[in-house]
Design a protein around this ligand. Structure first.
Ligand code: GUN
Ligand code: ZN
Length: 444
């Protein structure tokens, strides 16, 4: 039975093992990977105060300092899921539909239940258990249209002391009446939620227009007003996921020069804006994502599950106008909470676009790149002095086959690739939140 302790907010604490972290972008630098084969991380007050070889740091520890030692584990920065819907936890693996039919048949039905706070709180608890069991320490999350669903989300995040981002969905057309707000009520409810939750503890509010088809121009303008009034909030939406969706947006916004331009004209693109999917963006649109400092959440399990298309990661990470890209599970169109499984599918999608996406780049996408997409790279995404102590310990021997395969590897890159391709929640040995054990697979 896994163990989910209440965070103890301990004082000095140390973690020893094979430390692997990205301190830069390996798409553009060859020195981005940092490794200490027998390393030590010292944590005080939830923040890393020292990291380096155990032999160099051991003498700095007090005699009675507590050290968690993982001789077979790889310790890396906690995974960051840049696009997920907690309110869709109950509809993962819904059969037989592509995006718009999937939304109408499954999603809009499931989300109506989140007007009920008790239901929302129960699902939030399952959702956070899943994040921790998969080594995910931060996520940018869609809630439902109801403020109660946002309260349930941030209450659970606060209870677990996790750095989380989320927001109330804005949608004032093209969905069942019960799911709709208006430009005014969406604005008012979002503003009240920002005042209640944004920057409280480790919480971040994201202004969350669902996607262009479910918002009027008036609602997109209201979202831009919210962002202008609260400049440190995030912006979270979907873009260019599915060809039918793109044609629909063109008919709804004939004056715009394509899908992304709907958001651009409204003033929604900026650093801290996270656009899920972007599978079918044109080169001109990619340039605008770059110019505005916005980010794309690449969600390969979802794109394959809904038959949406293949995201070209190497085009996004081009050298002249690179776009920020993080990984997203996009539960419930996505099929796994695991960022390792998401890496596996990202690798296969890249293969189909003739690009061999290596494991160091995949680990970057799942950690530091996610922090950069959310504008939180000063606090999250790598194991460095001054950053928050959210870590995951990966067990290279988690299954008999993994143990057998790991015994054959001859480099760290190969070991990371094996973990990405063969790994899932079974590999997650321990998840640390702010230096405390928040999940232990083996119940320690
Ligand atoms: N586009 C608009 N809403 C959604 C959603 O809930 N999931 C996905 N994958 N795409 C969307
Ligand atoms: Zn989504």
């Amino acid at each position: 039975m896994p163990y989910y302790p209440t965070p103890a907010h301990s004082g000095t604490h140390a973690i020893r093992g094979h430390i692997v972290t990205l301190t830069g972008d390996p798409f553009f630098r060859s020195d981005a990977l940092v490794e200490h084969t027998d390393g030590l991380i010292v944590v005080e007050g939830g923040v890393v105060t020292a990291v380096g070889p155990y032999a160099d740091l051991a003498h700095t520890l007090a005699d009675d300092a507590h050290v968690d030692h993982y001789p077979d584990g790889i310790i890396t920065s906690g995974f960051i899921d840049t696009h997920v819907h907690y309110v869709q936890t109950g509809i993962i693996a819904a059969f037989g539909a592509q995006l718009i039919d999937w939304l109408n048949t499954y999603t809009f039905v499931a989300e109506q239940r989140f007007a009920d706070k008790t239901h929302a709180a129960a699902v939030a608890s399952v959702f956070f258990d899943q994040l921790l069991a998969n080594g995910t320490t931060t996520a940018l999350t869609f809630c439902a249209v109801y403020p109660e669903s946002v309260d349930a989300f941030f209450e659970e995040a606060s209870r677990r002391n996790m750095r989380m981002a989320g927001g109330k969905v804005l949608m004032d057309r093209n969905a069942p009446d019960h799911l709709l707000d208006t430009a005014q009520t969406g604005y008012d409810d979002s503003k009240a939620l920002i005042e209640k939750w944004h920057s409280v503890g480790r919480n971040h509010y994201a202004v969350t227009p669902r996607f262009a088809p479910t918002s009027t121009q008036g609602q997109l303008d209201a979202a831009a007003t919210l962002l202008a009034e609260h400049p440190t909030t995030l912006m979270h939406t979907h873009v260019s996921e599915n060809l039918g969706e793109i044609a629909w947006v063109r008919s709804l916004f004939p004056e715009a020069d394509g899908y992304l331009d709907v958001y651009d004209r409204a003033g929604l693109l900026r650093p801290g804006a996270v656009l899920a999917h972007g599978v079918h963006l044109t080169s001109h649109e990619r340039l605008r994502v770059h110019e505005t400092g916005s980010a794309i959440s690449h969600c390969p399990t979802s794109n394959l599950f809904l038959g949406s298309g293949l995201f070209h990661v190497h085009q996004a990470k081009n050298h002249t106008h690179p776009v920020k890209v993080g990984l997203g599970t996009d539960i419930g169109a996505g099929t796994s909470f695991s960022l390792l499984s998401t890496m596996n599918e990202a690798y296969k999608v890249a293969q189909l676009t003739q690009y061999p996406l290596d494991a160091v780049k995949m680990l970057y996408l799942a950690t530091l790149a996610g922090a950069e997409a959310l504008g939180l790279e000063d606090r999250l995404g790598s194991i460095e002095v001054g950053k928050e102590a959210d870590f995951v310990v990966l067990d290279t021997k988690a299954t008999p086959l993994l143990e057998y395969r790991s015994a054959q590897v001859t480099s760290l890159e190969e070991q990371l690739f094996v973990l990405a391709v063969m790994g899932d929640d079974r590999v997650i040995e321990t998840t640390y939140i702010a230096g405390d054990v928040a999940y232990s697979r083996d119940g320690h």
